[in-house]
Design a protein around this ligand. Structure first.
Ligand SMILES: [Zn+2]
Length: 72
């Protein structure tokens, strides 16, 4: 099973009189899933795409610690 990381943008909490800022969350989905249903999603509100992506990558690395199949 090969997981991929993607970043989803959404609006942050609404504040009166202010535009809600965009927040970013990392999601992991299975590469072979045609619907790309998220298998995992981080629960943070990242300020940037890069932050969220790095968050997703570190989660991914934590998952693949004991898989030797990735090193083909
Ligand atoms: Zn995160």
């Amino acid at each position: 099973m090969a997981l991929k990381v993607r970043v989803m943008a959404s609006h942050g909490p609404m504040r009166k009189g202010a535009m809600p800022a965009l927040v970013y969350r990392a999601e992991a989905y299975e590469e072979t899933d045609r619907f790309r249903e998220p298998q995992w999603g981080c629960s943070h509100n990242h300020d940037s795409v890069e932050d969220a992506f790095n968050c997703g990558l570190s989660w991914l690395h934590a998952q693949s610690d004991d898989s030797a199949a990735e090193t083909a």
